[in-house]
Design a protein around this ligand. Structure first.
Ligand SMILES: Nc1ncnc2c1ncn2[C@@H]1O[C@H](COP(=O)(O)OP(=O)(O)OP(=O)(O)O)[C@@H](O)[C@H]1O
Ligand SMILES: O=P(O)(O)OC[C@@]1(O)O[C@H](CO)[C@@H](O)[C@@H]1O
Length: 304
């Protein structure tokens, strides 16, 4: 089973505004709410792809209760824990001429909370993969390193979709997969990347630092996978009508894991990663299976 950890989930309020402007009232023409947060998005797409998964992390307050009810509707196995300060954040995602996101703060966590979470994760039967992704709340800086250290005796594959120092601290644990996007890769090395060759070079640097597989997502430009066998595969972007790209990266992580599992084929992993990411970009909320399977046929992969 694949467990996902979302330390700071959010109710995603996705709205469409015909012409978004700052400094005035904007009225929305379409709106929807989803139980968001990176790990939960990964689990939603895994479930669409018939992979056994469960969600965990922390909720708080009345929005936390609402979040739980939204999860129940999605029929995800829910191992979230409650903390008794603050409230689960509400993140606003505006689709307009361009996309604008406003992400909230969420509750404060302590390392004692992380210990409770680790105990919960230990109890999960058949756990083989642990996906850790998203923002680390104040109070628990270094949380992912702490969780991986606490669970280092378990035989699980760590998967990390986190940024900056939080990512670097986890590389000594040899994550099975990391998924920086292009901007995050640039920020990690304080450089500007212009070519696929440069993407491959810096992905390789992350392998030298401990990562096994590195998947660099590049929005509409597709994604590059540097496998643990040192093969670089590139999946071209697919053109289509973008609804909202929120969760596209998380869907790619889910697609990668679902595609890799049956035959341990990295080409199939990349194909499904690209299809799932694209399907989510073309959907409000995370992608559904039919769209993912339809797009899978359109993914072109080349060795670079
Ligand atoms: N505008 C787009 N058009 C086509 N495909 C897209 C688009 N945006 C994203 N994708 C697909 O989804 C994948 C992941 O998207 P992206 O690189 O934006 O991830 P991300 O920055 O981690 O996103 P998020 O943080 O919102 O989950 C891309 O590599 C691509 O395959
Ligand atoms: O604030 P974080 O944890 O970095 O990102 C949270 C978030 O923006 O990421 C998901 C998309 O990847 C959304 O569902 C959610 O609102």
């Amino acid at each position: 089973m694949i467990a996902t950890v979302t330390l700071n989930p959010a109710i995603d309020c996705v709205v469409k505004v015909e012409e978004f402007r700052t400094g005035c009232l904007n009225r929305v023409s379409e709106e929807a709410v989803f139980p968001g947060g990176k790990g939960v998005n990964v689990s939603l797409v895994l479930a669409e792809l018939d992979v056994d998964t469960c969600v965990s992390g922390f909720l708080a307050g009345t929005t936390g209760k609402a979040y739980e009810a939204m999860l129940a509707e999605q029929k995800l196995k829910d191992h979230f824990l409650f903390v008794d300060n603050g409230f689960t954040r509400i993140n606003t995602k505006v689709s307009s001429q361009e996309e604008t996101e406003i992400n909230g703060i969420g509750p404060v966590l302590t390392f004692a909370d992380l210990d409770r979470l680790c105990s919960k994760l230990r109890e999960l039967p058949d756990l083989n993969t642990l996906v850790l992704s998203g923002n680390v709340p104040s109070g628990v800086k270094g949380a992912y390193e702490y969780i991986l250290k606490s669970l280092s005796d378990l035989q699980v594959r760590p998967v990390l979709d986190v940024t900056g120092k939080e990512l670097l601290k986890t590389l000594p644990f040899h994550p099975f997969l990391i998924k920086p996007n292009l901007e995050e890769l640039e920020d990690l090395f304080t450089i500007r990347i212009k070519t696929l060759g440069e993407v491959r070079y810096y992905a390789r640097e992350l392998q030298h630092m401990g990562a096994a597989n590195v998947l660099v997502s590049m929005g509409a430009e597709g994604m590059l996978l540097l496998t643990e066998e040192k093969t670089a595969l590139y999946a071209k972007g697919v053109k289509g009508k973008v609804a909202n790209t929120v969760g596209a990266g998380d869907s790619s992580v889910a697609g990668f894991l679902a595609g890799w599992e049956p035959e341990h084929s990295y080409e199939e992993a990349l194909r499904l990663a690209a299809a799932a990411g694209t399907a989510t970009a073309f959907t409000y909320g995370t992608a559904h299976r039919d769209e993912i399977r339809r797009l899978e046929k359109r993914i072109q992969i080349e060795r670079i």
